[in-house]
Design a protein around this ligand. Structure first.
Ligand code: GEK
Length: 278
């Protein structure tokens, strides 16, 4: 049994970095990991989780999803409640493993297996490297012994005996026509009492609210240092790639698949995270 470790909120490391003068090495490392993917004018192409995106993904998602670090930390807190000894946890669309790492850091025991799945080779190769190089403390084995990384399309993944399934901003990238079957598969692969966490960019049935939250979201991105050009180009690239739905549409699909006690536990503008139980 070991004590749960807290992941440091990103804002804290940024604040610390601001109090000390960066060295030239730090400056070039920062330049390499800062999201500038849409900073210069480019021909419209569909957004993809390729090498360019994966190499700056931590910065991109933290500056693009309001509340991302809170959501990820709280996924760890939820896991602590629902993932006792012998748990199997699926992180679907894991990217660089933000949610998987939060769960591993927060669980007070070592008797669990996380299966982190992503179909982007650029993501999974980086995640594997991180897992091999991360230990929770000096006594434990690298996280690669606890977190198995699979490079596969989650629509084809086998899900079995899951205490918890995490879809942290992933379903929005799945073809809407495939979403219902996916929810049925996830439900069938979960233990009774199991927890599904699903975070998404959402739409609102009220057009005025919809417009307001999109507008406020773009202001949020400006506060994170993105230019109007970056915001506009990324928005165009995500058209028909990221397809948001209303909370009600999510609720209905989850309920239709058999889940109960479905509700949002987090929302900021047009981003929300929901829980649902088997
Ligand atoms: C986090 N959950 O940091 N099969 C597997 N992976 C997929 C598929 C698919 N069919 N489609 C998309 N992905 C992460 C963040 S990002 C969200 C998730 C974002 C993967 C895709 O390759 C990408 O890594 C991830 O889903 C979505 O907690 O960028 O907004």
């Amino acid at each position: 049994m070991r004590n749960a470790r807290k992941i440091e909120p990103r804002i804290q490391s940024t604040a610390n970095a601001m109090t000390t003068k960066p060295t030239d090495n730090q400056k070039s490392a920062d330049a390499e990991t800062t999201d500038r993917v849409f900073a210069t004018e480019r021909l419209p192409t569909a957004f993809a989780f390729d090498d360019q995106v994966a190499s700056v993904f931590d910065d991109m998602i933290n500056r693009s999803v309001p509340g991302y670090s809170t959501i990820v930390s709280m996924i760890g807190v939820l896991a602590e409640r629902y993932c006792g000894a012998g748990s199997r946890i699926y992180d679907l669309g894991a990217s660089l493993g933000g949610a998987s790492f939060a769960v591993a850091h927060q669980l007070p025991h070592d008797d669990y297996q996380i299966i982190a799945i992503d179909n982007s080779e650029a993501m999974t190769s980086r995640l594997r490297e991180r897992l091999a190089n991360t230990q929770l403390d000096a006594q434990t084995a690298p996280l690669s012994s606890r977190i198995e990384c699979r490079n596969e399309d989650l629509r084809d993944s086998e899900i079995r005996d899951a205490s918890m399934v995490i879809l942290n901003f992933t379903l929005q990238f799945i073809d809407p026509a495939a979403r219902e079957a996916l929810m049925h598969k996830i439900y069938a692969g979960m233990r009774p009492g199991g927890l599904l966490v699903i975070s998404e960019k959402i739409q609102f049935p009220d057009p005025q609210l919809n417009e307001l939250f999109i507008d406020l979201y773009h202001r949020f991105k400006e506060t994170q240092g993105y230019s109007k050009l970056e915001i506009a180009q990324k928005r165009a690239a995500l058209e028909n790639v990221l397809i948001p739905e209303t909370l009600e549409a999510h609720r209905q699909r989850l309920s239709g698949a058999g889940f109960h006690s479905i509700d949002a536990w987090f929302q900021c503008f047009n981003f929300a995270s929901m829980v649902a139980f088997k």
